[in-house]
Design a protein around this ligand. Structure first.
Ligand SMILES: *Cc1c(COP(=O)(O)O)cnc(C)c1O
Length: 396
């Protein structure tokens, strides 16, 4: 079989593209996968070849075959002009900001943003002379009132980190483009498989590949996809200038994860929804925050713009003392307690974002827990949580 070019891949459907992208067995001694290529120096055969610098690879920091293969697989899902790969999801959030903002510029950020992105904006960007303000994730086209003459970037994320507010991305992008601003979106929750962010007007689209791409809680990685060739060049140049490079082993593992991602997502979407509906019926639960539930405030936008849901959502418990929450989460057998998500295993994460929001109030009226559903049998997961609720009640 021959390597299929990015252009050639377009005639296939998404699942086929994810299987084919970035592989050329003829180039890999016949083996199915693109190998892990390690290296800093690239050597040249002659002075003329060195002077011309026409070889595909020139130095390790400027790319290598393993990274190329991963970029191509990401690109075929994103459908943009090009992708850069970063050594963490957080760097994939910060790199496009460094690529697009200068001293004196203003940026609008959703108040529901992933907290470390807020931290970078509040500290590094402000120190560099960038003005940062926040907007209500439910603002929609009303965001126009917040634009200033120097607004250069709108940073969106939908649904919101931990709190799951949906945003009208096409409406926000339309306003931003009218004002000449670049739209950046953290699209980790839906992945490009469930939200075509570029089609909705997003210029630079972020994935914490640590989550569903890698899918096994064993890699930290991130990707940024650019909608236009001009933005891709700007992004790539910043990537090269900073010396951002990803270990080829991590690129290889992520590529391996991507081959099965459509299947994992489909299964996890189904299990996530089943668990969310089960939790809705529990008397201990005040509210389930999951945009793919019909009675969720974000359902209409989710249904209009997204083609699927991932398996991350939150619950608000009816008011109970701290020790009852501890009794619930401390002795679960299947749900680990910890950050990150998108792996094959289920997780819980208690959270409270009331302390750091600035333009919206987070007043849930009860303790909040974010839940990630993995690939375990949902009946086992229900039994685990059911036992947790029994402990919660006993501790009240
Ligand atoms: C996890 C996460 C990131 C950061 O990814 P890391 O690889 O952990 O740095 C960024 N955005 C969102 C929405 C995330 O959930």
């Amino acid at each position: 079989m021959k390597k299929v070019s990015l252009e050639g891949l377009k005639r296939f459907r998404e699942r086929t593209r994810v299987v084919l992208a970035g592989r050329d067995p003829e180039d890999s001694y016949g083996f199915v996968n693109t190998p892990i290529v390690r290296g800093s120096t690239v050597v040249y055969q002659s002075l003329d070849a060195f002077m011309a610098r026409k070889s595909r690879y020139m130095y390790g920091t400027m790319g290598n075959p393993t990274l190329d293969a991963l970029e191509m697989a990401c690109n075929t899902m994103e459908g943009g002009a090009g992708v850069v790969v970063c050594p963490s999801g957080l760097l994939a959030c910060t790199l496009p900001l460094l690529a697009t903002l200068s001293a004196g510029d203003h940026m609008l950020v959703t108040d529901s943003v992933y907290r470390p992105t807020r931290n970078f904006s509040e500290n590094m960007l402000k120190r560099m002379g960038v003005e940062v303000s926040y907007y209500d994730p439910l603002i929609g086209k009303g965001i126009e009132a917040l634009f200033k003459p120097n607004t250069k970037v709108v940073f969106t994320e939908a649904p919101g980190s931990q709190t799951f507010e949906m945003q009208d991305i096409p409406a926000i992008a339309k306003v931003a483009h009218k004002h000449g601003a670049v739209v950046i979106m953290d699209n980790t929750w839906a992945t490009p498989l469930y939200f075509d962010s570029h089609a909705a007007g997003v210029d630079l689209s972020i994935q914490a590949g640590t989550k569903y791409y890698a899918g096994h809680s064993d890699v930290l990685i991130g990707t940024v996809s650019a909608r236009t060739p001009e933005l891709y060049k700007q992004l790539r140049t910043t990537w090269e200038q900073l010396g951002v490079i990803v270990a080829p082993e991590d690129a290889f593992l992520t590529l391996r994860g991507i081959r099965t991602m459509p299947l994992r997502l489909k299964e996890q979407e189904k299990a996530g929804l089943e668990m969310a509906k089960w939790l809705q019926k529990r008397p201990e639960v005040k509210q389930v925050l999951h945009p793919a539930l019909k009675d969720d405030p974000g359902y209409k936008i989710w249904k209009r713009d997204f083609t699927g849901a991932s398996s991350l959502f939150s619950i608000i418990l009816n008011p109970v003392p701290h020790k009852a929450v501890a009794a619930f989460v401390d002795h679960l057998s299947l749900f680990g307690m910890g950050a990150s998500w998108g792996g094959y295993e289920s997780l819980v994460l208690p959270f409270d974002c009331s302390t750091y929001r600035t333009v919206t109030k987070w007043e849930p009226g009860g303790p909040c827990i974010r839940i990630h559903i993995g690939l375990e049998d949902v009946e086992d997961l229900k039994e685990d949580l059911d036992a947790g609720f029994t402990r919660l009640k006993a501790a009240m």
